[in-house]
Design a protein around this ligand. Sequence first.
Ligand code: SPV
Ligand code: MN
Length: 595
Amino acid sequence: MEKSMEKLAALNNTRVSAIVDEYVRLCKPKSVVVVDDSPEDAQLLRDKALETGEEHVLPMRGHTYHFDGPQDQARDKAHTKLLISKPIDFGFETATLDRKTGVDEIMGLLDGIMAGKDMYVRFCCLGPTHSPFSILALQITDSAYVAHSEDLLYRRGYEAFKTAKNPDDFFVFIHSAGELEQNVTKNVDQRRIYVDLEENRVFSINNQYAGNSIGLKKLAFRLAIARAHREGWLAEHMFLMGVHGKDGRVTYFSGAYPSACGKTSTAMIPGQSIVGDDIIYARVFDRKLRAVNVERGIFGIIENVNAQDDPEIFKVLTHEGECIFSNVLINEDGTPIWLGSGLEDKARCGKHYLGTWTPDLKTADGKPVPVSHKNARYTIGLEALDNKDPALHDPNGVALSAMVYGGRDSDTSVPIAEALSWTHGVLLGACIESETTAATLGQEGVRKHNPYANLDFMPLPLAKYVADHIALQDELDETPKVFVTNYFLRDANGKFLNHKLDKKVWMLWAEERVHGDVDAIDTPIGRIPRYEDLKRLFKSALDKDYTRDEYDAQFTIRTQAYRDKWNRMDAIFKNHDMPAAFSRELQAQIDRLAE
Ligand code: SPV
Ligand code: MN
């Protein structure tokens, strides 16, 4: 405790001290652990997570596992609310709450919430440290699992707080898992995630699932989007990767996909290099757009990570090194097993987020209980990956040449198309539709509009966000090329028209388009690849003979389905006061299809 107070004093930051003091008084922890950037403190967090029982060791060195409760397996959209002082028309459904009401409620719930527990106070940096992109963040939590996960996922920022130019400027996250029963949050009915944009702080209580609990992930992301809007830069739900073209050429792409729609697997395409898989900040320098990964690790969906489809990540998950498994089966021999791992037939009996698992365990309606939750995850550092990009920590980021938007669309969109212009790209991003997945609580497989894959996190009216994107072109010598992908197109019998690895060809084609190496075919919905270019790329990238029939099935423009889609978009947007350039682009899209 004394050492912790010394560390706090050494920061010489009155705002930090006042905040810590406020929440110590309110939450009443048994002690306070202030975490600095030292390897000893990182080890302390790992030890604490084991000591509290939030994590458990596995036979493989560096591996641990954690379980969230049965009702805490995904982001809780309904209970994640923006606190607002006066009504705002967001232009889409968003959960809000009167700010004063929300703060009062939270302060009441926080009273004594950490009784008998340690409070961890940790300092992180969103984006690389010592970078024009950096945003400092203070996390207060009573969960060693949260503090440990953040160590894998974010850059340590204690020293950066010491040298901050503006020491009052940082995001604040207050988290408590609340009362625990067998290490699982008991009062899930009192789960609250309140985003206070005015104070750049987020309260998150009575939850453990990392998408709800880890302040620096989607909670910080909401604050960052609002800040980016105020300051004239972008915060996006995007991967960041180097696409490797001919003669050693590396071209950086970012891409937005709703959760569980192939974002991580795109960033992990064999032969390419990953900078990040979830969130980027992008800024203009010298009339060029540059981007960084906000994070330094992956909190990824584990389903279908196996030796064939995802060899790089599978290697990390099956070798020594730091890794937290969450909500997978821990087999009786200590092997983690998950859906689509290729290891399921080894599952005998073991520990599961629902208790003891056996092959004959059934759900209430008599169905076999799968070995893992569909949203079960792994937490690793990007440093562990062989395919990490050398620019991972570059404080100046990478020059962004292309942006990709994708959704889970079984019946309309072609596998890849290039936007006709920057504004057309802004339109296509705004009109992502995707079938819902297990990454959020609620029904799966329902087609939903998810602009920029960002709807769940949008802290400002969509029209303002769109206007920022359109305006970007005036600040750039050259705008990134925009592409839309769809990995989920099916034929009339419901069979997928593409293999998982085909996305490699789409990215390599897009890379050639960025450099003007190949021509494309103009269609009403955008530019699509020529058969001969794809045939060449399928052969060179995947050693596959791509047939004309496959091309026709995949790239025939499903005109009626597209017209239906754009009519749906028209119905959504005609009720909103969108920027004129956006409305013109939307009308032009509808007219081209009608013609
Ligand atoms: C997502 O769902 O988009 C994720 C995981 O990246 S979560 O942390 O739950 O947001
Ligand atoms: Mn995400």
